[in-house]
Design a protein around this ligand. Structure first.
Ligand SMILES: Nc1ncnc2c1ncn2[C@@H]1O[C@H](COP(=O)(O)OP(=O)(O)O)[C@@H](O)[C@H]1O
Ligand SMILES: [Mg+2]
Length: 237
């Protein structure tokens, strides 16, 4: 049984169909990519999984349990965590306070234990725990944002374009960090426009084009596929 299974999911914003019958799955411990151009529906897909936008039709299950219509905090309790597009840190708060916000409803003792684990694994964060998040570069903020998402102790980490706006060096650091996350057995659903990063991080993926899945398969093959070229050129209507 897949960890996350979504079938025939549609989302509409007024007259705009943002997702049309999207089906995909992620197994426990697996890393899966969703590729697609601006406006394809990638963020909407992640927000639908996290219960942040109403789903018009279709089913979403986590470990076989129907999660459609559940509240976000309940989904986080069940093992989902989103690292959002644009990082969304609180710039006037310290790294540590930003991280603690990711602990959802965990009691403070549990949150502190998770913080200790994250600091042990990523000493870079511990060294900067008192620095205000707003003082960092985009790449550094992305690392804090991933750390915050890990504070929920997810089984499946959803990442919305973590490489967006970053320099090649910063993307390399994000890639290294995600590699470490993978080693802990956490599954990843990676939304990216950077196909090289997606191919390096994931074995399997989907191409999303105008709200529908246009292709799926090995990420390395998708990167070379006509479906992806069409998606970026705005073709394949
Ligand atoms: N809150 C919203 N209200 C209205 N339209 C939206 C909203 N969010 C997204 N959309 C529309 O849904 C489509 C998909 O957007 P989005 O999921 O952000 O795409 P992507 O993340 O792939 O760039 C776009 O046409 C976008 O304008
Ligand atoms: Mg987006």
């Amino acid at each position: 049984m897949a960890l996350l299974d979504i079938a025939g999911v549609s989302v509409r914003f007024g007259n705009v169909p943002a997702l049309r019958g999207v089906s995909l799955s992620v197994d426990a411990g697996e890393a899966v990519a969703v590729l697609g151009a601006n406006g394809a529906g990638k963020t909407t897909l992640l927000r639908a999984i996290m219960g942040r936008v109403p789903v018009e039709s279709g089913t979403l299950t986590l470990d076989g349990e129907a999660i459609g219509g559940m509240r976000t905090s309940g989904l986080v309790d069940r093992g989902l965590s989103l690292c959002p597009e644009g990082r969304q840190l609180f710039p006037a708060m310290s790294v540590e306070d930003n991280l603690l916000l990711g602990a959802n409803r965990a009691v403070i003792r549990v949150a502190r234990a998770r913080l200790a684990t994250i600091y042990e694994r990523f000493p870079w964060l511990r060294e900067r725990r008192s620095v205000l998040a707003g003082a960092f570069s985009g790449g550094e903020q992305q690392i804090v944002a991933i750390g915050r998402a890990l504070m929920a102790a997810p089984r499946l980490l959803l990442l919305d374009e973590p490489s967006s706006g970053l320099s090649p060096v910063a993307i390399g650091r994000v890639r290294e960090l995600l590699g470490q996350v993978r080693e802990t057995g956490t599954a990843i659903l990676l939304v990216e426009q950077n196909v090289q990063l997606a191919a390096a991080m994931t074995g399997r993926g989907y191409v999303l084009n105008r709200g529908t899945i246009a292709a799926s398969g090995d990420t390395a093959a998708l990167v070379e596929s006509e479906a992806l070229a069409d998606a970026y050129l705005g073709g394949a209507a």
